[in-house]
Design a protein around this ligand. Structure first.
Ligand SMILES: Cc1ncc(COP(=O)(O)O)c(C=O)c1O
Length: 403
């Protein structure tokens, strides 16, 4: 049977590796298992989500359009204008914005739009897709399945966990089709500033590739609201050339199960995206679009959710603040904790303390120059639980780490 052998690369899935690492280990029976490996928000979304879905239940029998509704596009655009202080005419809801069933699928599909097939390779060279190392595994999967070479650029503590894409050689940049940047980043919770974002957009325009700004954590911050790529585009004159931006309700509104997000880009790219999605994508159902519009219109629940994470990170600082590997990330909901050997700590924490975390190495790949995996010293801890469970988990981790 013929098959696409690229699929083999996807079996590198972080959570599959974790299951293998923990195989055969049994946590103590008297301890409640605390699952801190998964970045799944545990708070409930506001009750008006269910109410809005119920009041739109007559729409379940209708096929939605890939373009969504006027109501959804308007609410999402107004949120962008409010949150990023954009000029009102910069994002045209009908031309620049497309709803997505959560952003993961769109992030994956963008590589199919951006990466040329062999018939269009410039000078016969395989196109490249760049991303940080550690990375979100979907970026790498998208690059591989589109036929591009994934190139992972180190994002280590010495550089505030930001990849230096400008330092990648000109030969690579000239065959780059797409760069994925998660900002604020998963897993480290680092925030790229205005200058960094501006330089990346300028680089994309110079070498004519697309940057996908994945901003699904932009509402989960401690003190200062992270700058968005669209704000920087506005400051550079308002063009969306070479830029796409992804936003999601999964973290902002604690609504991962709703599967709702959107992408912003130039009209030609949004048209192509809509065509790709009409052909082979799941479109967002009309009652979900109605509930999503209500969520984008409301900032109060997002403030409440943000305050919840701020309290959890204050708690983490109280409990773990004096450990050498600890730092409090300015955004996101993960602790990226330097424990010297992430795999050993993950096994020990599960076997002896019933706390499930995930080795940082599973989000990263060995550097081709040094052979070092930039995640291997770390574990990733998702701070997404209600206060009691989060506190228990952090106390057990502190106990394991000792003084
Ligand atoms: C970095 C990053 N990007 C994108 C996503 C996709 O989120 P969703 O599809 O729920 O919008 C996630 C989800 O965990 C993520 O961590």
């Amino acid at each position: 049977m013929m098959k696409n052998s690229r699929i083999e690369h996807l079996f590198d899935y972080p959570f599959q590796k974790l299951a293998k690492l923990l195989e055969g280990l049994t946590p103590p029976a008297d301890l409640k298992p605390l699952l801190m490996h998964l970045g799944e928000p545990q708070l409930s979304p506001p009750s008006f989500v269910a109410d809005t879905m119920a009041s739109n239940q007559d729409l379940w029998n209708r096929y939605p359009s890939a373009r969504g509704t006027v109501d959804f596009r308007g609410a999402a655009t107004n949120w962008l204008i409010r949150r990023f202080r954009l000029p009102t005419a910069m994002v045209a809801p009908e031309r620049n914005l497309l709803p997505l069933p959560g952003t993961k699928e769109g992030i994956f599909q963008l590589a199919q739009l951006a990466v040329p097939g062999p018939e269009d390779w410039i000078g016969g060279e395989q196109p490249a897709v760049l991303m940080s190392n550690p990375t979100y595994h979907v970026y790498k999967g998208a690059a591989v399945m589109s036929g591009a070479e994934p190139i992972l650029v180190p994002a280590t503590a010495e550089r505030n966990f930001l990849p230096d894409f400008e330092a990648v050689g000109r030969d690579v940049l000239n065959r780059t089709a797409l760069i994925y940047l998660c900002n604020p980043s998963n897993p480290q919770g680092t925030v790229a500033d205005r200058d960094y974002l501006g330089r990346l957009i300028a680089l994309a325009r110079r070498h004519n590739f697309i940057v996908a700004f994945d901003e699904c954590y932009t509402e989960i911050y401690r003190e200062n609201a992270p700058t968005g790529a669209l704000e920087v585009c506005a400051a550079l004159g308002g063009s969306l050339e070479n830029v796409t931006v992804f936003h999601s309700l999964s973290k902002r509104s604690s609504s991962a199960g709703l599967r709702s997000g959107f992408v912003v880009g130039e009209p030609a790219l949004i048209d192509a995206f809509a065509m790709l999605r009409s052909t082979g994508g799941a479109v967002v159902p009309l009652p979900v679009l109605a509930a999503s519009a209500a969520l984008w219109r409301d900032d109060r629940h997002a403030d409440r959710i943000r305050a919840h994470y701020t309290a959890l990170f204050d708690m983490a600082e109280r409990i773990l603040g004096n450990r050498t590997g600890f730092y409090k990330p300015p955004a996101g909901f993960f602790l990226w904790l330097d424990v010297a050997d992430g795999e050993t700590a993950t096994r020990d924490l599960w076997r002896d303390y019933a706390v499930k975390t995930i080795p940082g190495a599973y989000f990263a790949y060995p550097d081709p120059m040094t052979g070092e995996n930039p995640g291997s010293r770390y574990i990733r801890i998702a701070l997404v639980h209600e206060g009691d469970d989060a506190e228990k988990g952090l106390m057990r981790i502190a106990d394991y780490l000792g003084d």
